[in-house]
Design a protein around this ligand. Structure first.
Ligand SMILES: Nc1ncnc2c1ncn2[C@@H]1O[C@H](COP(=O)(O)OP(=O)(O)OP(=O)(O)O)[C@@H](O)[C@H]1O
Length: 595
């Protein structure tokens, strides 16, 4: 660990100096000043004590008394300086920390958003990296906190080394031994302290799982089931036993540490006793003055502050680790919105031998899909759970890079160079559409942010998605954050967002179960007016509801990652294949229910 730290801390300090040179330099100077001034006070008090022994009894206006006044002035000024430097260092150090945390946060956010595809965001290891870069862990410590911790520790070490130097001035061996012994204890204390917490951090995942067990019974959704199925005791017991298993190692360390504290107390006692014995010995031999004795005593006292490990160790340890994680993300500068893919509006969207495998999966989800979707066509994709429907829509939208084959728009192949440009021309209502905790205006305008001021358009799509009354009822109308919207209302918002995008030039609309949360009337309304709503755009809708599917101009049936049927509803029914079978099954259920 220390070796990693050796590279982590300088990298962070260099970054701080690059981002905020003045603030960083001032913090460093103040940290040194705040650490050096107490050493000066030790000298001042020692000289004052020495001067007083000769000045007393000689009168107030003697050279000896005047020397004492000067040392009193020096001590008072240094006290003030310590106080001022320490306060200013605290304020500046915290501000510097906040600035660096903010900059690193932006760096991570930009780097994470840089790839046009989204596969990396489904990789748990990558998500862990992001969390660590933000300083999330067993204890939360943003990267910038390390700078504040470093400034505190700089002061501590300047005082310690300065005080040891004063001791060494009296007796070289004495100063060296005390510094070495105290520093050794300090590093061991820091190590113990950090290990105790690092262990928790390395168990982050385990602890997260444990916390999950604790939280299930108090999380509104699952809590309903926990009550119904009587699972409270299960979760409580599982939490308790997992937590104990996780903590066993931590408790063992804690016992070890308690033992170490006894060793520290004894070693420190012996060292301090040795110092005073040596000073007394020298005084008895007439080798040292009162000033020397005072300086020696005060210097040892100042050195005692090394014998502790506090939160600043965590700040430096965890903060610099978070900073290193954040700095490992490449610095990316913002990019301008790309120009749209330059293909005529009537260009066909085609898929050729499309293959895809999720990272870490052993087999392909799509095994070579061929599909031409003429502009303006409404296409429904049906198939059993896990057939690959959602995966196909993700690839059509350019959110994943195919493992083989390609997506084309007219003569343009969608690849890394134009992926973003293509994404701007696609709007979608995915199964897990966004529910932004932002005003409803933003929630809908996100469909085409460049046209967020198109109030008329916003009102029109809201009406098309059946949201007019809902918005009118909201306390602040369009400016309300629709936090309490129902599942269906949120889905209408997502539909309105997609429609707003279509209105402003998107050419492909993807809908993955867009009516899952809609009531029967809303669903019927959506599909009855579908063509009018989508204004002739190309649409690909995934649905398990055949009453809906049959309204599409064309249906493809996906099975195990392959298209097995393709044609209009009537033709597929007539062919009597898988589509006809699934359609009949669903129709029978409804007939059964109504008879
Ligand atoms: N992010 C992922 N990582 C790994 N495997 C995945 C991921 N997403 C989906 N899969 C797997 O890929 C297969 C196809 O999933 P997909 O979501 O495309 O199916 P689907 O036809 O849309 O299913 P459904 O009707 O249930 O929505 C499934 O076996 C699924 O488990």
């Amino acid at each position: 660990m220390p070796s990693a730290r050796v590279t982590r801390v300088p990298a962070l300090v260099r970054y701080a100096f690059a981002q905020a040179p003045l603030m960083a330099a001032l913090t460093a100077v103040l940290a040194v000043l705040a650490g050096a001034a107490p050493v000066g006070i030790t000298v001042g008090l020692g000289e004052l004590a020495g001067g007083l022994t000769t000045a007393i009894g000689r009168g107030l206006d003697t050279p000896e008394a005047r020397a004492c006044y000067r040392w009193i002035a020096v001590v008072v000024v240094l006290f003030l300086l310590t106080h001022l430097a320490e306060s200013a260092r605290t304020v500046l150090g915290r501000a510097l920390g906040r600035r660096v945390t903010g900059r690193l946060g932006e760096r991570v956010m930009t780097a994470v958003s840089e790839p046009a595809t989204i596969g990396h965001l489904e990789d748990p290891a990558y998500l862990d990296r992001i969390a660590r870069a933000r300083g999330e862990g067993a204890i939360d410590m943003p990267p910038g906190e390390a700078l504040f911790g470093l400034s505190t520790k700089t002061s501590t070490w300047v005082t310690a080394v300065g005080s040891a130097a004063l001791l060494a001035g009296l007796d070289l061996a004495l100063g060296t031994v005390v510094l070495v012994v105290f520093a050794a204890i300090h590093f061991r204390l820091v190590r113990n302290y950090r290990i105790a917490v690092v262990e928790n951090v390395s168990q982050t995942r385990k602890l997260r799982r444990t916390a999950y067990l604790r939280d299930v019974p108090t999380t509104p959704g699952p809590a309903r089931e926990v009550r119904l199925f009587g699972l409270t005791a299960f979760f409580r017991d599982a939490y308790r036993s997992q937590w104990r298993a996780n903590m066993a190692e931590v408790w063992r360390r804690r016992r070890e540490h308690d033992l170490f504290v006894v060793v520290v107390v004894v070693t420190t006692g012996v060292t301090v006793a040795a110092v005073f014995h040596q000073l007394a010995h020298r005084a008895a031999a007439g080798d040292s003055t009162v000033a020397d004795l005072t300086i020696g005593g005060l210097a040892v006292r100042a050195l005692l502050q090394l014998l502790r490990a506090d939160e600043d160790e965590l700040r430096v340890g965890f903060g610099s680790r978070a900073a290193a994680e954040a700095l490992a993300f490449p610095a990316v500068t913002g990019r301008a919105d790309p120009a749209p893919v330059a293909e005529p509006p009537d260009a066909t969207i085609s898929v050729k031998d499309l293959r895809f495998r999720y990272p870490g999966a052993t087999s392909e989800v799509l095994h070579g899909i061929d599909l031409d979707i003429p502009a303006g066509q409404s296409l429904a994709v049906v198939g059993l759970n896990g057939a690959g429907k959602t995966t196909l829509t993700r690839l059509l939208a350019g959110l994943d890079a195919p493992g083989g084959g390609c997506v084309r728009v007219g003569g343009t192949r969608i690849d890394e160079a134009n992926r973003r440009a293509w994404q701007r021309q696609v709007v979608a209502v995915f199964q897990d559409f966004g529910r932004y905790r932002l005003p409803i205006r933003d929630n809908i305008a996100f469909g085409s942010l460049a046209h967020a001021d198109d109030d008329e358009g916003l009102r029109a799509v809201a009406a098309q998605a059946g949201l007019q009354e809902f918005i009118e009822r909201l306390p602040n109308g369009w400016d309300t954050v629709p936090a309490d919207a129902s599942g269906g209302e949120w889905q209408r918002i997502a539909i309105a967002r997609a429609l707003f995008g279509l209105r402003h030039g998107a050419r492909l609309l993807i809908m993955d179960e867009p009516a899952a949360a809609l009531d029967a009337r809303a669903e019927a309304q959506l599909y009855d007016t579908f063509h009018e709503l989508t204004a002739g755009a190309t649409t690909v809708a995934v649905s398990h509801r055949f009453a809906t599917v049959r309204k599409a101009q064309r249906v493809v049936v996906l099975e195990d990652g392959r298209i097995i049927e393709d044609g209009p509803h009537e033709a597929l029914i007539e062919a009597g294949g898988r589509y006809a079978e699934l359609f009949r099954l669903q129709a029978e259920r409804f007939q059964g229910a109504s008879s």
